[in-house]
Design a protein around this ligand. Structure first.
Ligand code: HSE
Length: 326
């Protein structure tokens, strides 16, 4: 049991992220400087029962997530208190800035912020990989599957490759400076448990030829990040296994992709489980107005499908930030 707390209050923010990047299903993730979830944790009782006794949700997407004990933030915070045998009672506030069910690592951002906040407050002397493992538990509460390709980049920043889940083994790389990202968010109606559904529809068995294609592409993505070569990353951002199935959930996807490529994108793919789409470009080669053309041309396709959509220009994020520690 932890009896001496050195801090009483902590506040951290964790960014959105895009998973898969084409061929890297559950393996690749990139933190995005697009939107953040913030978690504030405060000790209200040092000798309590190891519970979250007050929970509040604020922010632009507060209406889109559970405001009670069903929220992954509460479940994860109590899981961490229990795991480390800590009996403090907490007041927790979530500021929800990453849009849920958008394919931009919303649950991952909340889980990342909760894990880092708790680890900091409790003074856990754990390496970053152990904090990622805690956050994976939060992702499991939210989506039913313990994938790390959102929480790992959300915590560590940059690009992450997950080699193994058991044991968890991953490597983080800094993205090239010129990597520009256009995110397009179509207002597609999706089930409440969207990620679970988007995983259930995936094939259990895959053609060897498709596997070979994805391995080749995945190698190019990793080489591109390792060599800081945005064009190489883009050459590998093609997926023969998951995208063909999930694209059916996004009306107009193929045309949107073609239009984005014609407008100057180096690659276009589904962000995580969708429905958001990411297009990448080199900031050395395109002006901001040309990058906006990519976003606008994809938005136009969705409009033609009768679907509202918005686009954003963004860059990789450096990951979770400590905002306050008292
Ligand atoms: N790799 C996960 C998936 C990411 O594609 O289902 C979900 O955000």
């Amino acid at each position: 049991m932890l009896t001496q707390l050195t801090h009483r209050r902590v506040s951290v923010e964790s960014p959105a992220s895009t998973a898969n990047l084409g061929p890297g299903f559950d393996v690749f993730g990139l933190a995005l400087d697009l939107a953040y979830d913030r978690v504030d944790v405060e000790v209200v009782e040092e000798r309590g029962s190891g519970k979250v006794v007050e929970f509040e949700v604020q922010g632009p997407y507060s209406h889109d997530v559970p405001k009670d004990r069903e929220n992954l933030v509460v479940k994860l915070a109590e899981y961490i208190l229990d795991k480390f045998n800590v009996d403090v009672d907490l007041r927790v506030r979530l500021w929800k800035g990453v849009k849920p069910r958008s394919g931009l690592g919303s649950s991952g951002a909340a889980a990342a912020a909760t894990s880092v906040a708790l680890a900091t407050l409790l003074g856990l002397d754990t390496p970053p990989l152990e904090i990622v493992k805690l956050a994976v538990k939060g992702e499991e509460y939210a989506t039913g599957t313990p994938h790390a390709d959102n929480v790992a980049p959300s915590i560590l920043g940059g690009f992450v490759v997950i080699r193994s889940y058991s044991p968890l083994d991953l490597i983080r790389l800094d993205p090239p400076d010129d990597l520009g990202i256009v995110v397009v968010c179509p207002e597609v109606r999706l089930p409440q448990d969207k990620t679970r559904y988007a995983r259930e529809i995936l094939p259990r068995q895959v053609d060897l030829q498709r596997v070979v294609e994805n391995i080749g592409n995945a190698c190019y993505v990793v080489l591109g990040f390792a060599l800081k070569n945005t064009k190489l990353i883009a050459r590998g951002m093609s997926d023969a296994i998951v995208e063909p199935v999930r694209s059916k959930l996004i009306p107009g996807y193929q045309r949107a992709k073609e239009r984005g490529l014609s407008a100057g994108a180096l690659a276009v793919t589904i962000s995580g489980a969708g429905p958001s789409i990411i297009a990448i470009y080199s900031k050395n080669e395109l002006e901001e107005s040309q990058a906006r053309d990519i976003g606008q041309s994809i938005v136009e396709v969705f409009k033609e499908e009768g679907i509202d959509a918005s686009y954003y220009l963004t860059s990789p994020s450096k990951g979770t930030r400590l905002l306050r520690l008292e």
